[in-house]
Design a binder for this molecule. Structure first.
Ligand SMILES: [Fe+2]
Length: 608
């Protein structure tokens, strides 16, 4: 009898590289390289992530049956080259910069993969949007579904509409470079003074402060939007074709000045720009969704690609779109391409059927490293840390008590999440009822002046009591309003407050997780996928009558989410987190030895 089939999926060299391992089609491990190298959005060959994946099955790369790569480097090179030739000499600078990199790394990915992994077997290449589509459909709970992928750009495609049936997917329509919703959003991200590829989330969070004053201008000058959701961008205003920036002088003139300097004060203009591009993005998403519905006639929709992380847009698709249910790949960005490519190898190349199961195949996205109590205790001892090991019930009760008491808790539990969101495995938790919690967590723990509220984790069975939502949102990818009866209307005086000051006015009985437009970015928690986190929510609920916790990612600004007990302890000691829960251990701040920064632990925090 031959042993199980192992397929390693790899996504790399663009942003947020990752590895994923399938054993007989089952997702057994997946992680982003940044968590190991501690470089946010690390795009290099994911050697450590791959090493971690292989170690979960006790194999080496020589034991792999296939390596699957998430896009086709030659097609990508063709786009770069044609772009360069098409618009030279304007494209020259960026070609010079990108050129040697492509030649050195991307055209020789084959060799790179073989040499760095020490792998001699077959390498399969998927197309970029097929990888996204596969990552959206194959792990979903649906037998048949429409698929929508939207991102910046892959090889040529920037969005696709497809269909998944049983063990295969088919892309039916594509939108091509340079017409890209992801890049349009990134252009506004850049112009508003945020970092492209990570600041998009901030633009979405800033949008409720603004007015949609630029929407007409965007439709009139920047894009020709068609009824089916496809569009043409007026390249006169963009510089991502040939330049090293996203926008150009014509764009600046159109919107009345140069881009905001990063880190400078936010003004009403950035808020209005954010609101406007958000409105346009939602409209495009809705139109594409309707087209996907017409093209497939199916009832359910799967989403992936970086734009599928726009959870405000996703919430509207669910409320206003034609589909009955949505399922969104938690690693919707390029990291998830590693998973999609591996699944294409299994289902398409090896013609293996999907297994039916209740729920999805992502294991709650808890696919990263975990640490045994022995490993954690060894670390704590080496560190000279003071800790306790109460029994499970006592631990949950004590943590619930502390949270209710206004303390902030670092919660490190089980396997690390795959994808950008912390989902109760590497999370910082607080009491959402506390009107000071939002400011406290932002300033003392995340070291940022946050204009975004934090996200709530809520008991799945009680989501409808708090929010206008009665669906699963296990990956924090849906935004919905806080229930009307919980909302607190602002007085006319409070309404005069400007920008972030408005966020300090309690808007509901769970103010720390309520945005100024009364929306919340929701994670529903079910016992089947994370029993410890679920039971903690239950314990907090029993104590306070509140089935919701503030859940923010366990990291400080500019740093990737923590991976190891050491990362967690370091973050705990550098911030004003009151208590750290490391697996079964309780670590109280006041009892720790003095913290000394060592060179090994110096991290260059990037400003973002
Ligand atoms: Fe992508």
């Amino acid at each position: 009898m031959p042993g199980p089939v192992h397929i390693l999926g790899i996504s790399a060299f663009y942003h947020d590289s990752a590895a994923c391992l399938l054993r007989d089609g089952e997702i057994v491990a997946a992680a982003q390289e940044e968590r190991f190298t501690r470089k946010k959005g690390d795009a290099s060959m994911p050697l450590r992530a791959a090493g971690y994946c292989l170690s979960t099955c006790g194999i080496t790369a020589r034991d792999l049956d296939y390596v699957a790569f998430y896009d086709k480097p030659l097609l990508k090179f063709e786009r770069i080259l044609e772009t360069y030739l098409g618009i030279a000499p304007r494209g020259f600078a960026s070609f010079l910069k990108a050129g040697p990199l492509w030649v050195k790394e991307k055209l020789f990915i084959d060799r790179q993969l073989r040499e760095s992994l020490d792998y001699a077997g077959e390498i399969l290449y998927a197309e970029h949007h097929e990888s996204h589509a596969a990552s959206a459909f194959f792990p979903s709970p649906f037998q048949d579904a429409a698929i929508l992928t939207i991102d910046g750009v892959g090889e040529w495609a920037t969005a696709s509409i497809g269909v998944g049936r049983g063990g295969d997917i088919e892309l039916l329509q594509e939108l091509h470079w340079p017409d890209s919703l992801g890049l349009l959003y990134s252009a506004f991200t850049y112009y508003a003074g945020f970092k492209v590829n990570s600041g998009e989330y901030k633009v979405m969070g800033l949008a409720p402060y603004g007015e949609p004053t630029y929407v007409d201008l965007i439709y009139r000058e920047l894009m020709d939007l068609r009824e089916d959701g496809s569009f043409a961008l007026n390249q006169k205003y963009f510089d991502y074709l040939g330049g090293l920036t996203m926008t150009n002088g014509a764009f600046n003139q159109l919107f009345g000045g140069p881009p905001r300097e990063p880190e400078s004060r936010l003004t009403q203009k950035e808020m209005d720009l954010a609101r406007s591009i958000q409105v346009v993005t939602e409209e495009v998403m809705l139109r594409m969704t309707r087209t996907a519905h017409r093209a497939t006639g199916l009832q359910d929709l799967c989403l992936a690609g970086g734009v599928a992380l726009n959870c405000v847009g996703n919430g509207r698709l669910l409320r206003e779109g034609p589909f009955r249910r949505l399922w969104i790949q938690p690693a919707a960005g390029d990291a998830g391409g590693a998973l999609g490519a591996a699944q294409l190898a299994w289902h398409r190349h090896l013609r293996q059927p999907r297994t039916s199961r209740p729920g999805d195949a992502m294991h709650g996205a808890y696919l990263g490293p975990e640490f045994s109590p022995e490993e954690i205790e060894t670390f704590l001892r080496q560190q000279g840390a003071a800790y306790e090991r109460p029994n499970r019930e006592e631990l949950l009760l004590e943590v619930a008590r502390q949270l209710a008491d206004g303390q902030v808790v670092g919660w490190f539990n089980g396997r690390m999440e795959f994808g950008p969101r912390a989902l109760g495995a590497r999370s910082i938790l607080g009491d959402p009822r506390n009107p000071r919690m939002q400011a406290q967590m932002n300033l003392k723990i995340k070291f940022r002046e946050g204009f975004r509220p934090f996200a709530p984790s809520v008991l799945r069975e009680r989501v409808n009591e708090y929010f206008e939502l009665d669906a699963d949102s296990p990956y924090m990818l849906l935004v919905a309003p806080v229930r009307q009866q919980r909302q607190i209307r602002m007085t006319s005086q409070q309404r005069q407050l400007w920008g972030i000051d408005q966020l300090n006015v309690p808007r509901s009985d769970i103010p720390a997780v309520t945005h100024i437009d009364y929306s919340a970015r929701i994670q529903t928690v079910a016992r089947e996928t994370n029993p410890d986190y679920y039971d903690l929510l239950k314990a907090f609920d029993a104590l306070t009558g509140c089935g919701v916790l503030v859940n923010t990612s366990f990291n400080v600004r500019g740093e990737p989410i923590v991976c190891t007990p050491e990362d967690a302890y370091r973050c705990f000691m550098r911030t004003q987190i009151d208590t750290l829960v490391l697996g079964p251990f309780l670590v109280a701040k006041g009892r720790q030895p003095e913290w000394k920064e060592t060179e090994q632990w110096q991290i260059q925090y990037q400003l973002d």
